[in-house]
Write a protein that binds this ligand. Structure first.
Ligand code: PMV
Length: 286
């Protein structure tokens, strides 16, 4: 029997713009998915196209038990974490000897197949490796980890990443002179943020700007606006949508002493709050 876990992720900056080759910063967060795999001739496992695909690709048979601290469809990368943890546990249980890099690449291929082509390597890369990552086109560079105090607010409104990506593509097609400068500005914010990673007040301001630009792209939602405003009003340095938007989750960057207050304000607006910080571990054996 082998148990492995893998973390979820947030976008600190740059979602949507990253689809058009602009830089983005993603970060692994503490909530994880735990997957236990056991060799078995009569496998039992949860109904999941991601898990089925993991076994098909690795060419083995086994039973699976999943325990998740991440809500699915919340924009926190739960499908990538399930896939990375399952592949890692299979690799261990069957002594296959694959590298972390191979696991991350295979997990990306599986996400792409299950999601019919609409997946970026961000979620699987960050979940497999942990830490903070700058993504530009195909290239990924690890940034020095920063101990940022974050509160994640799940709106509990499920969203479809594919739908939101398509919506931005349509806007870009119909109004290129409006949409492209917004995407450029998001890319510029990401670059500015890299220089201010240890200055949370400045970062918070950049997050607020990034949020406004995401709303301008049309990926806002009344529920995420409510949580963002509540987080700012209760002392966050800044707050924004994380991920594709249209529901999903928000993140608030907070002074350490304001974390509980911000979490309370999110819960009072019918969101589900998670107080968290960076996870530098990536996939690991439990
Ligand atoms: O909803 P999430 O967390 O999977 O994030 C999607 C991020 C996008 O930039 C909108 C799309 C992508 O694949 O990068």
């Amino acid at each position: 029997m082998a148990t492995w876990s893998a973390p979820g992720k947030v976008f600190l900056f740059g979602e949507h713009a990253v689809v058009y080759g602009k830089p983005a910063i993603a970060m692994a967060i503490k909530p994880r998915v735990f997957v236990t795999v056991r060799k078995s001739r009569n496998p039992t496992r949860p109904k999941s196209p991601y898990i089925n695909e993991c076994f098909r690709v690795m060419g083995v048979r086994g039973s699976v038990y999943v325990r998740s601290q991440l809500q699915s469809s919340s924009g926190l990368g739960s499908s990538a974490a399930v896939t990375v943890a399952t592949l890692s546990a299979i690799n261990d249980e069957f002594n296959l000897g694959y590298s972390r890099e191979y696991i991350a690449e295979t997990a990306f291929a599986i996400e792409k197949k299950v999601q019919k082509g609409r997946a970026s390597p961000t979620d699987t890369y960050v979940s497999a490796n942990g830490g903070m990552v700058l993504i530009t086109g195909e290239s990924k560079r690890r940034l020095p980890p920063e101990n940022l105090h974050l509160v994640v607010g799940n709106t509990m409104v499920p969203h479809s990443t594919a739908k939101m990506v398509e919506q931005v593509a349509n806007l870009r097609q119909h109004h290129p002179t409006i949409a492209n400068p917004i995407l450029d500005a998001i890319g510029e914010l990401t670059l500015a943020a890299i220089r201010e990673m240890s200055n949370p007040k400045e970062l918070g301001q950049y997050m607020d700007m990034n949020h406004a630009l995401l709303e301008a792209l049309g990926v806002g939602h009344p529920a995420s606006s409510r949580l963002v405003l509540a987080a700012r009003a209760s002392g966050a340095y800044g707050a924004k949508i994380t991920g594709a938007g249209g529901g999903g989750s928000i993140i608030a960057l907070c002074p350490r002493r304001a974390k509980n207050r911000v979490a309370g304000a999110i819960e009072a607006c019918e969101g589900r709050a998670i107080i968290t910080t960076i996870d530098t571990d990536g996939a690991r054996e439990e």
